[in-house]
Ligand binder design. Structure first.
Ligand code: TXA
Ligand code: MG
Length: 331
C-alpha cells in the first residue's frame, strides 16, 4: 500500500477526516460507520444536520450491505455506470447511521472512478461518507489546492490526485420511490439512465411534486461565489457590461462564444464551447474570478441544449447563492 493511502486509512480508522479526489469533485471523507467522525464533517462544512451525505463504496458488491430492498434497476444502473459519476438513492440498511441520512429512510451510494479514490476505498474496505470538500453552499473544489484554501488545517490529510476529470458533482437518481427520479443533473444524462431502466424518460425532482427530496444541491442557492454573479444572454452581454461599467462596477466576465473587445476594462475569461470541457473548468474559473475583488461576475448564459443541462443548473444556483457570506443562511 502506498504511504499516503496507508496514512489516510489510519486517519479514517481513528475518526479523522481525509479529503480525497474523485472524478467529479474532491470529497471530505469520514468513516461512514463512525457517528463522531460524521459529526466532524458537518462541523467543518458548517452543514445543517438534516442534509444527508453520500456513502462512497469500493465496489458494487458492497451495495447490499448499505441498502435493502434493492430493486433490479439499481443493479442495472450500478453495472452500467459504476465506477462513475452516478449516485443512487436507495432504502437504507440497518448499518447506516442516522447522521448519514439526516433521519431519512434512504441512503445515497456511489462508487467513484478516480484511481486514488478507489485505492483508498479498497484499502479502507468499507464505506466512506464524503460530501464535496467545501463549506456549505460554496463552490465545490476540483483541485487539492482548492480544498486546502477552503478548509485549511481542519482536515487531517488532503490526498492530491490532480484536477478532477469531470469537474461537477455526480448525477443523483432516486430509486426509492418506484420509477427513477433525477434529483441532480450531472455528467451521466437522463437519457442514459432511461435507456438502462427501459423507461421512455426519467422524471426530474421538479416534476415530481408529492415528496420533495432533501438534496442540499436542490436548494436554489448553492455552488456560489461571494462576489455577486449574474447570468446574461450572449446577445446582450456587451450592452450590460457597458451599463455596469459606466455606473462604476468592476466586472469580471466568463464567456464562451465571445472574445474580449480589443480594448477591454474587464477581466475576461473564455470558457470551452463544449459542455463537458466547460464543466471541467467551471469551478476553477468561478474561484479565480471570485478572488479578483470585482463587484460583479458576469456570466454569458449557456445554450439551452440538453447537453448543457448540468452546467446551466450549477450556474443558476451560483447566481442565486452569490454575493453572501458562507454563514449567512438567508434562503
Ligand atoms: O460527485 C459527488 O457526488 C461528490 C463527490 C465527492 O462524490 N459529492 C457530493 O456530495 O456532491 P454533497 O454532499 O456535496 O452532495 C450530495 C447531495 C446532497 O445535496 C445531499 O443532500 C444529497 O446528495 N443526498 C445524499 N443522500 C441523499 C438521500 N438519501 N436522499 C436525497 N438526497 C441525498
Ligand atoms: Mg456539495
Amino acid at each position: 500500500m502506498k504511504g499516503a493511502i496507508a496514512k489516510a486509512v489510519a486517519l479514517l480508522r481513528s475518526g479523522e477526516l481525509v479529503a480525497f479526489p474523485t472524478e467529479t469533485v474532491y470529497g471530505l471523507g469520514a468513516d461512514a460507520e463512525n457517528p463522531a467522525a460524521l459529526a466532524k464533517v458537518f462541523a467543518v462544512k458548517k452543514r445543517p444536520p438534516d442534509h444527508p451525505l453520500i456513502v462512497h463504496l469500493p465496489g458494487i458488491e458492497h451495495l447490499a450491505r448499505w441498502a435493502k430492498d434493492v430493486p433490479d434497476v439499481a443493479f442495472g444502473l450500478a453495472r452500467a455506470f459504476w465506477p462513475g459519476p452516478l449516485t443512487l438513492i436507495l432504502t437504507r440498511s440497518a448499518i447506516v447511521p442516522d447522521a448519514i441520512t439526516g433521519g431519512q429512510a434512504t441512503v445515497g451510494l456511489r462508487v467513484p472512478k478516480h484511481p486514488l479514490a478507489l485505492e483508498l476505498l479498497e484499502a479502507f474496505g468499507s464505506g466512506i461518507a464524503a460530501p464535496s470538500a467545501n463549506r456549505y453552499g460554496r463552490i465545490s473544489p476540483t483541485t487539492a489546492a482548492h480544498v486546502r484554501d477552503e478548509l485549511g488545517d481542519q482536515v487531517a490529510l488532503v490526498l492530491d490526485g490532480g484536477a478532477c476529470e469531470i469537474g461537477i458533482e455526480s448525477t443523483i437518481v432516486d430509486l426509492s420511490r418506484g420509477s427513477p427520479i433525477l434529483l441532480r443533473p450531472g455528467a451521466i444524462e437522463p437519457e442514459q439512465i432511461a435507456r438502462v431502466c427501459r423507461h421512455d424518460h426519467v422524471l426530474t425532482a421538479a416534476l415530481e411534486s408529492k415528496a420533495p427530496p432533501r438534496v442540499s444541491g436542490s436548494h436554489a442557492a448553492h455552488y456560489a461565489p461571494t462576489t455577486p454573479l449574474r447570468l446574461v444572454p450572449g446577445e446582450r452581454l456587451s450592452d450590460y457590461l457597458d451599463n455596469w461599467h459606466r455606473s462604476g462596477h468592476r466586472c469580471a466576465v466568463l464567456a464562451y462564444s465571445q472574445a474580449a473587445p480589443s480594448v477591454s476594462p474587464y477581466v475576461w475569461r473564455i470558457m470551452p464551447i463544449e459542455p463537458a470541457a466547460y464543466a471541467h473548468d467551471l469551478y476553477s474559473a468561478m474561484r479565480e474570478l471570485d478572488e479578483l475583488g470585482a463587484s460583479v461576475i458576469v456570466v454569458e448564459a449557456p445554450p439551452r441544449d440538453a447537453g448543457w443541462h448540468a452546467v446551466a443548473d450549477r450556474l443558476q444556483r451560483a447566481a442565486a447563492g452569490s454575493g453572501r457570506e458562507p454563514d449567512d443562511d438567508r434562503p
